[in-house]
Design a protein around this ligand. Structure first.
Ligand code: NAD
Length: 317
C-alpha cells in the first residue's frame, strides 16, 4: 500500500509497545499519537523520535488529534482502562465501551475511510461497539482477538516440544478471555498433527489442556506480577497492521464478524481470518469437533449477551 500512515489512539503501555515495535521494524511512513492526556502523547512522541537514528527506516512521528485520521490507512485503538489484578476483562466493559464509542465518533468525524484495529478490552465487545458506531464495512473493523493468545500458545508449545515457534501451527479460537479454546484436531507441528506427536511419543493428552490453561491464565499471572501486559500485544498489533499495509493475505486469529459461518451471526470473535489491504476478506472455516463447536457457541453466547446489554446502554440499537 502506498498509504502507510497509522494513527494510534491511546499512548499507554500497549499502544506505545506497538509504536516501539513499529519503529524497530520499519515499514510505517507516519505514526500519529493521540491521547486524552495530550502531554503524555507529546512526551511519548519525543521519547520515541529520539530513537530514530538507530531505526532501520525513517518514520515521521507526531502527537496529533482526530483530524489526522482523515487520510490514515489504519487507526489502532488501544485507549481505555487496563485490567486490574483480579478483575475479569468483562468487568471493564461499560467503562471502556463509553471511551471507545467517543473515540470512534471522533475518528469518523474526520472523514476517515480506512481500517480500524481495536485492542482495548474486552476486545471482542469493543470491536462490536466500534463496528456499530463507525458503520464501516464489517471487514474494515478488526479486533486483535486471539492473536496474542495464539502467540502465547505457539510459544508454550514450542518450549514443550523443543521446536521453533515458527513451525507450530496451532490456533486459539473464541473470546479473547476465559472461554477461549484450542481446536487440537487442527494443531500441527510442521506437517504432523500435535495429537499424533503426543500419541507417538506416549505423552499424556492432559499436557495439552495444561498448556492451554497456562495460556488463558497468563494475562492474570502477568498482571499480578507487573500490573499490565504490553510487549507481546504490541508486537501482535504491529503484525496485524503489517498484514494490512503489505496486502499479505495472512491468516491471523483476529476478532472477525461472523454472519453465518460456524453457525454464528452478529458477533465479533477470534477466528482464523484472511487479512489484506481491504481488512478481513475471508475466514477459514474449520470443521470443529462437537465439543469444540459447543465451546465456540458458549464463547459467542457470552459475547452476544454482553453486546446486547452494552449496545442498549450506549443507545446504539
Ligand atoms: P494504559 O492505562 O497504559 O493506557 C491507556 C491509555 O488510554 C492512557 O494513555 C489513557 O490516557 C488513554 N485514554 C483513556 N481514555 C482515553 C480517551 N477517551 N481518548 C484517548 N485516550 C484515552 O493501558 P494499557 O496497558 O496500554 O491497556 C490499554 C488497553 O489495552 C486496555 O483496555 C487493556 O485491557 C487492553 N489490552 C488488550 C490486550 C489484547 O490482547 N487485546 C492485551 C493487553 C491489554
Amino acid at each position: 500500500m502506498k498509504n502507510r500512515k497509522v494513527v494510534l489512539v491511546g499512548t499507554g503501555f500497549v499502544g506505545m509497545s506497538m509504536a516501539y515495535a513499529m519503529l524497530n521494524r520499519g515499514g510505517i511512513n507516519e505514526l500519529v499519537l493521540i491521547d486524552v492526556d495530550k502531554e503524555k502523547a507529546i512526551g511519548e512522541q519525543m521519547d520515541l523520535s529520539h530513537g530514530m537514528p538507530y531505526a532501520p527506516e525513517k518514520m515521521k512521528i507526531t502527537a496529533g488529534d482526530y483530524a489526522d485520521c482523515k487520510d490514515a490507512a489504519v487507526v489502532v485503538i488501544t485507549a481505555g482502562i487496563a485490567q486490574k489484578p483480579g478483575q475479569t476483562r468483562l468487568e471493564l466493559t461499560l467503562t471502556n465501551a463509553k471511551i471507545v464509542k467517543e473515540i470512534t465518533e471522533n475518528i469518523m468525524a474526520s472523514g476517515f475511510n480506512g481500517i480500524i484495529v481495536v485492542a482495548s478490552n474486552p476486545v471482542d465487545i469493543m470491536t462490536y461497539v466500534v463496528s456499530k458506531v463507525s458503520k464501516l464495512p464489517k471487514g474494515k473493523v478488526i479486533g486483535s482477538g486471539t492473536v496474542l493468545d495464539t502467540a502465547r500458545l505457539r510459544y508454550m508449545l514450542a518450549d514443550y516440544f523443543k521446536i521453533s515457534s515458527k513451525n507450530i501451527h496451532a490456533y486459539i479460537l473464541g473470546e479473547h478471555g476465559d472461554s477461549s479454546f484450542v481446536p487440537w484436531t487442527h494443531a500441527y507441528i510442521g506437517c504432523k498433527k500435535v495429537l499424533d506427536v503426543m500419541k507417538d511419543n506416549n505423552h499424556s493428552i492432559e499436557v495439552l489442556d495444561k498448556i492451554h490453561e497456562s495460556v488463558w491464565k497468563a494475562a492474570y499471572e502477568i498482571i499480578e506480577k507487573k500490573k499490565a501486559t504490553y510487549y507481546a500485544i504490541g508486537m501482535a498489533l504491529n503484525r496485524i497492521v503489517r498484514a494490512i499495509l503489505d496486502n499479505e493475505n495472512s491468516i491471523l486469529t483476529v476478532s472477525t464478524y461472523l454472519d453465518g459461518k460456524y453457525g454464528e451471526e452478529d458477533v465479533y470473535i477470534g477466528i482464523p481470518s484472511v487479512i489484506n489491504k481491504h481488512g478481513v476478506v475471508d475466514t477459514v472455516e474449520l470443521e470443529l469437533t462437537k465439543e469444540d463447536q459447543v465451546k465456540l457457541d458458549k464463547s459467542c453466547n457470552v459475547l452476544k449477551e454482553i453486546n446486547k446489554e452494552i449496545v442498549e446502554k450506549l443507545g446504539l440499537c
